[in-house]
Ligand binder design. Sequence first.
Ligand code: ATR
Length: 280
Amino acid sequence: MKQSFKRNDYMYRLGLIGNPIKHSKSPELHKQFLKEFNVRGAYELYELLEIELGTFTEWVKREGLLGFNVTVPYKEAIIPHLDRLDFFAKEMNAVNTVKLMNGELVGYNTDGIGYMEALRQFKPDFFDHTNKEILIIGAGGAAKGIALALNGLENTTINIANRTEERALELAKKLKKSHVYSLEEAERYLETFDLIIQTTTVGMQPNIDEQVIRLNRVKPTAIVSDIVYQPKWTKFLKQANAQGVYVLFGIDMLIYQAAKSFEIWTGHRPNEKLLESLKE
Ligand code: ATR
């Protein structure tokens, strides 16, 4: 064991596992949520090695933590250490939220719902009009969560563009109406898409000069979003803004997925005004 986990007597003991996680904004968000409900609690960071996952989950049960979040690279690796998965987590084979219930660890995934809620707040009428062409760039854990959440929308085509075609095809198979593109094709046919969601790690700090595809051909009425939130203005979003289209930030999704996790753990839904204020 590389580290010994902290003991404390807080009522709501929460945390985050992943690697690296030092710069995560999740503790800040959950501390605000705890403050809003005026409850004693703690949200700690646990930077783990993969071989420590088993020891960590046993410790969580022994200590009686309320739950924890999971981020890269353990969203899939945590699954064998859990007792049960909810429907979404099972479908996605990825977990970002774990709750200890009656001695059992239950895995959830709030990434997709978080993205949907961020989008709904940003542009409430987006869901009113059907026949939407959505482009998801990437086919990893985050892409899967978002794609499955969007899959419930009527008359919507979910197009997947990924560097590795095989992964895009695998994700597309799970969707009602989908199409697979290469990154080059997506760039070429960009004016087809009403909503573009960048889910890869390209452009994330420290590689802020990287951009997964160019947005020169973006449709003027499109919404362009990036799930990378460090930096807030990725190169991708800067180009979208320069093209005059709607821009949805990665921090918005992070806030709504955090709010959903908090609700799963505590039963309390953070106030919308607080969520709005955290976007700045
Ligand atoms: P997560 O669970 O956070 O989504 P992941 O499962 O490792 O992480 O997925 C990362 C995504 O970013 C994948 O779609 C990956 O493409 P591949 O499937 O081809 O690996 C994509 N990605 C990462 N680095 C990339 C790069 N330099 N260019 C293009 N896509 C990249």
